[in-house]
Design a protein around this ligand. Structure first.
Ligand code: ADP
Ligand code: MG
Length: 314
């Protein structure tokens, strides 16, 4: 299985490792051929062979959240949350309703700015950046398909995704006025769109209107769109809500396969069993702060956690 940590070193030979559809744009061998092709905003980013700083902690933990605080009026939704996410892991963020999971998620992805505390991604402080700036750095959340996009086909949704969501990360490399470059980019994008649709097994739905998809199929499309933005790390907020068990299993399979390829996941979920069965590390949030964290077994044995879930006052 391909290791994303070495992705920029792969070169043309990186294509089609293991015979799998390769989601990487460099899988076609075009991306690493010229210095102008991959113009990352963060040259010291995770996958970069020129990763600067040399801080081993950054390499091991792409996402570090420190003492985050966020209040809405009188309610302190997040109250000093600190945790980190290991590279290549599927880390679960759980907690009872109202624990501050979604707010933490929003603070990480730039939807809200925290009152205090910091968010660091790949060694760079990203606290308070705009969502698209966060995405440009490779930290990407899934987005619900907006109403107007439901009237477009799956394929059209995919073609729009990188331009609308990421912009620079994929499109900055297009030299303005160089038509050949634009055409090459579009060809590359189309190729990648199809590979991604095939990977998620929704390529047969390419011409279907997004609004006609089932809840689960829509989640697959949302994940597919997020992947097109060339992320290092994906944040998923309750991706299984309203998804039938069959598609939930498929979605989980895809997440695990992507994890095996080196993507890092932070999964926000209220279903404790699902998290326990699928994550190697679990962070439990309660009343806006981290109650405990560890392996599923460690967390399960923690009495405080059990109390929090049973509604006891902790
Ligand atoms: P969770 O996702 O764990 O269920 P949330 O982060 O959504 O929890 O909410 C934590 C607390 O913050 C709740 O009390 C919620 O009502 C409050 N809250 C979240 N977002 C807002 C907001 N935009 N305005 C006011 N209160 C909010
Ligand atoms: Mg929530």
């Amino acid at each position: 299985m391909r290791d994303r940590r070495a992705r920029d070193d792969d070169g043309p030979t990186g294509a089609g490792v293991g015979g799998d559809a390769d989601l990487r744009p460099d899988g076609s061998g075009t991306r690493s051929e010229g210095a102008d092709v991959d113009t990352r905003e963060t040259p010291g980013g995770a996958g970069s062979p020129i990763a600067g700083g040399g801080v081993s902690l950054d390499a091991e933990y792409p996402l570090v959240v420190s003492d985050l605080v966020k209040s809405f009026g009188g309610i302190t939704a997040v109250d000093g949350a600190s945790f980190r996410v290991e590279r290549g892991s599927l880390t679960g963020l759980i907690g009872p309703n109202g624990a501050g999971k979604s707010t933490t998620f929003n603070l990480i992805t730039g939807v809200h700015a925290p009152d205090s505390g910091t968010v660091t991604f790949n060694g760079e402080e990203i606290t308070g950046l705009e969502p698209h700036q966060v995405a440009n750095r490779g930290l990407v959340r899934t987005f619900q398909i907006a109403r107007e996009l439901k009237e477009m086909t799956v394929l059209e949704n995919m073609m729009l995704a990188p331009k609308g969501q990421v912009g620079e990360r994929l499109w900055r490399s297009v030299t303005p006025g160089v038509r050949g470059g634009v055409i090459e980019q579009e060809r590359e994008l189309l190729e990648r769109v199809w590979e991604t649709l095939e990977f998620f097994e929704i390529d047969h739905l390419a011409e279907e209107f997004a609004g006609n998809l089932s809840g689960g199929q829509r989640k697959l499309l949302e994940l597919a769109r997020a992947l097109l933005t060339d992320p290092d790390m994906l944040l998923l907020d309750e991706p299984f809500a309203g998804v039938n068990p069959t598609l939930e299993a498929r979605l989980l399979d895809h997440v695990h396969e992507l994890k095996d390829r080196g993507y890092t996941f932070l999964l926000v979920e209220h279903d404790m069993d699902l998290i326990m069965e699928n994550c190697e590390h679990v962070v439990v949030l309660h009343q806006g702060r981290v109650l405990t964290e560890g392996t599923p077994a460690e967390v399960r044995d923690d009495e405080e956690v059990i109390e929090a879930y049973l509604g006891g006052s902790v």
